[in-house]
Design a protein around this ligand. Structure first.
Ligand SMILES: [Fe+2]
Ligand SMILES: [Fe+2]
Length: 277
């Protein structure tokens, strides 16, 4: 099972007149082309939110066009920059929950992928309320086999103050649900998320959680709690989460680096001494 994770693509519409740090739509087009050429082909692409920059209708039209080039199955989640109803309408094939929150759950290759909407309309922060607690508990109870949870907001404090400040209401509640599910013999074994615009890993209730890298600007690594907003032009790309049945292994695919692969001479010369590391 190979799960590719796109996140924080922040697509803009033709009417956008902002000066952008990078070419948001161009970067997504490059990511889509790279995903299409992956071998082996990923079984699914999960896009963990902030797919548009402002949630505007013309941005969703642009997003649909860009992701329409993807030749792989796609599942999408909202981020705080998205608009739930417009996202749902743009991707009607997604098995959306019959609820206000835009969550879903699917099984691919015997792996249960649960997409949890962590957003609060009009706010930057996250929330795991009683409605979503009930929905997630039901999904976990009915699932069999390995489970991965996808959501937009990292379910942990990252240490990057200005991003953490938006908060995650109900984080303890989410930890308790994951803990109980593990006790019941139905553990979530991997959490994938976005929002932070830089790759970070931690855990919640003993479940490893990985933030994917954005395809646009990245958040500067500054652990001074009083540091202000600083965005940087780090290499962008997506993650490839490989599940073998025993463990999840996460790889980073960088795109648009401008670098060509280098094949060392020893690789094509059986007589040459190979380096061992
Ligand atoms: Fe974002
Ligand atoms: Fe976000």
């Amino acid at each position: 099972m190979l799960l590719a994770q796109l996140t924080d693509t922040h697509v803009i519409g033709p009417s956008n007149d902002e000066v952008l740090f990078v070419d948001n739509n161009g970067r997504l087009a490059e990511a889509v082309a790279s995903l299409n050429s992956e071998r082996p082909a990923p079984d699914v692409v999960v896009a963990t939110g902030d797919l548009t920059n402002w949630g505007r209708p013309d941005e969703y039209r642009e997003l649909a066009e860009l992701l329409g080039e993807l030749s792989l199955p796609l599942l999408v989640l909202p981020g705080n920059h998205d608009h739930r109803q417009r996202l749902r309408a743009t991707f009607p094939q997604t098995p959306w929950a019959d609820a206000e929150h835009a969550s879903w759950a699917v099984t691919i290759d015997d792996v249960r992928i649960i997409g949890l909407d962590s957003t609060v309309p009009g706010q930057a922060g996250a929330e795991f309320d009683q409605v979503r607690e009930q929905w997630l508990t039901t999904e976990l109870d009915r699932s069999e086999g390995p489970m991965v949870l996808a959501l937009h907001h990292p379910p942990f404090v990252t240490g990057i103050g200005w991003m953490d400040n938006a908060g995650f209401v109900g984080l303890d509640r989410l930890g308790a649900v994951l803990h109980q599910s593990a006790l019941d013999g139905r553990p979530v074994t991997r959490i994938i998320c976005g929002h932070l615009h830089r790759p970070v890993s931690s855990a919640i209730a003993g479940v490893p959680a990985q933030v994917g890298l954005s395809t646009v600007q990245h958040v500067a690594l500054d652990l001074d709690p009083t540091a202000g907003v600083t965005l940087i032009n780090d290499p962008v790309g997506y993650l490839l989460h490989r599940f073998t049945g025993d463990a999840w292994v996460t790889h980073t695919r960088y795109i648009a680096t401008g670098e060509a692969p280098y094949v060392p001479t020893w690789a094509s010369n059986p007589q040459a001494k190979k380096p061992d590391g």
